[in-house]
Design a protein around this ligand. Structure first.
Ligand SMILES: Cc1cc2nc3c(=O)[nH]c(=O)nc-3n(C[C@H](O)[C@H](O)[C@H](O)COP(=O)(O)OP(=O)(O)OC[C@H]3O[C@@H](n4cnc5c(N)ncnc54)[C@H](O)[C@@H]3O)c2cc1C
Length: 465
């Protein structure tokens, strides 16, 4: 029987990054993947393909605004087939890239369904054939799949999940997006840009409900201005398919029931951890509503069994969280020092237009935690590079501790927010203060320099507004 230091079930961002780092640390490593390709949800039907489409949508928006930049553009048309082909090419390239990195770091991989089979053992099943592996440590990184609504079955043609919507042969004329989290608002943004009439239905009182309330309000305002219809506090009651597409009945908070009709419907109501049939019943791991509980180094209650990524209880379902969790686990296994994951230092990045980047506590969370809070806010309208880009909506909001100026959270909506948030993540990681950041020199003219103004605004010393 083949013997390994680490066996990893799942090759998504949690699994493949853990495998590469394990290889770098000299651990004999194998990855078990049910699909015939590497990369998981993120690379094939998540982060990467959606960001390709969002980038294409941004280019298209720029063409539509060509006159503002001094160009006369006529006959502008979307070639959807080429757009999808470029997306698929990028996905394939990066999937091959993971294979290359596995080879480079002596990581083996085996196709099949992996299952934890008790301490130090993993079984792999493919086409009725069973392979047994021995591994001192096992990482379960089996990821997640789209949740549905009670009584609603995605058929892949009219009622879609993130998988099928990435392969639509044509841009739909109308689309109802159920759920206004990151996945929902990203698809809403993509298809609105490409000319689809988009309606968002959200059960909670606001869009992007995990973000700071002011960020939600700004996105809501901007989306409505673009023509996206939004219904919050609205619960879907029935979904019926017919020859024209789909009819959705939903109930408002006030009790009124309304119906909407569209060509397609996207379910973006959260992700269910894929922990069934992975052998967790052969372990002491604590599983709650399919999520697995872990300790500071991602180890479950079963010694030598780790859980990483979208299946972990209490941590966000994000690719970069999964990556760092994987690194933390294998570094711990290699006996090297590694800090545990701190939830409040995991950034959120939502790539709709306008983009959102955030890290740390929202204003409400900070106040609810009993902190004395001082808030600063700087609008991009005062930033010259944002004006050059023709994108000066939105703002940066800094939440800090009133007494010591410690930065508790930063919330950005506007141009390049998913990049600019990097500075805020660094401040939180290094436990910096507003005053440290006010003394930092930001290059001019950049969108990033708006951070300097945002930190200074906490002290009422912003320059550009
Ligand atoms: C539309 C969409 C857009 C997203 N965009 C972003 C984004 O921009 N940024 C971001 O940070 N996050 C994004 N996410 C979330 C991100 O995709 C996930 O957080 C991330 O993929 C989780 O990584 P993972 O390794 O835990 O699981 P996954 O990526 O889901 O990978 C799990 C892997 O395990 C395999 N597997 C499952 N069970 C078994 C088994 N028993 N045996 C063998 N193999 C198995 C699966 O085939 C899969 O390859 C997005 C998600 C969606 C749906």
């Amino acid at each position: 029987m083949a013997k390994y230091d680490v066996a990893i079930i799942g090759s998504g961002p949690g699994g493949y990054v853990a495998a590469i780092r394990a290889g770098e640390l000299g651990l004999k490593t194998i990855v078990v993947e049910k699909d015939g390709f590497l990369g998981g949800t993120c690379l094939h039907v998540g982060c990467i393909p959606t960001k390709v489409l969002l980038h294409h949508a941004e280019i298209y928006e720029n063409f539509k605004n060509a006159a503002e930049f001094g160009f006369d553009v006529t006959g502008l048309k979307v070639n959807w087939a080429n757009t999808l082909a470029r997306k698929d090419k990028i996905v394939k390239k990066h999937s091959k890239g993971i294979e290359f990195l596995f080879k480079k770091n002596k990581v083996e991989w085996l196709q099949g369904w992996g299952r934890y089979a008790g301490p130090g053992r993993v079984t792999v099943e493919k086409d009725g054939k069973k392979t047994d592996l021995e591994a001192a440590n096992v990482l379960l990184v089996s990821g997640s799949e789209a949740r549905s609504l009670p009584g609603v079955e995605p058929d892949g043609k009219i009622i879609l999940t993130n998988r099928e919507i990435l392969q639509l042969p044509e841009i739909p004329k109308s689309l109802i997006v159920v759920g206004a989290g990151a996945v929902g608002v990203e698809f809403a943004s993509i298809f609105q840009s490409f000319g689809t009439q988009v309606t968002i239905l959200e059960m909670l009182p606001r869009v992007v409900p995990i973000e700071d309330e002011e960020i939600s309000a700004e996105l809501d305002k901007t989306f409505r201005k673009k023509g996206i219809q939004i219904f919050t506090e609205s619960k879907v009651e029935a979904v019926k398919q017919d020859s024209k597409g789909v009819t959705v009945s939903f109930r408002h908070k006030d009790g009124n029931v309304q119906t909407l009709q569209a060509e397609k419907l996207l379910l973006a109501v959260g992700r269910k951890p894929m922990t069934a049939n992975c052998g967790l019943e052969n372990s002491k791991a604590r599983v709650e509503r399919d999520f697995v509980h872990v300790g500071p180094y991602m180890e479950t209650d079963e010694k030598g069994l780790y859980a990483i990524g979208d299946i972990v209880a209490g941590l966000p379902q994000l690719a970069h969280a999964a990556m760092m969790e994987g690194i933390t686990a294998v570094t711990h296994i290699a006996g090297k020092p590694v800090p545990p994951i701190v939830k409040t230092r995991i950034p959120n990045a939502t790539y709709c237009e306008p983009q959102i980047g955030s890290v740390g506590l929202t204003e409400k969370q900070a106040r609810d935690a009993g902190r004395q809070v001082k808030v600063g806010k700087f609008p991009f309208v005062g930033n010259s590079k944002a004006t050059i880009l023709g994108s000066h909506g939105g703002f940066i909001k800094v939440v800090s501790d009133e007494k010591y100026g410690e930065v508790l959270g930063v919330h950005i909506i506007g141009p390049l927010a998913t990049e600019t948030i990097a500075e805020a993540v660094t401040v939180l990681q290094l436990e910096g203060t507003v005053d440290d950041m006010m003394a930092m020199i930001h290059a001019h003219p950049t969108v990033w320099e708006a951070m300097g103004d945002a930190f200074a605004s906490v002290r009422g010393l912003q320059i550009n507004v």
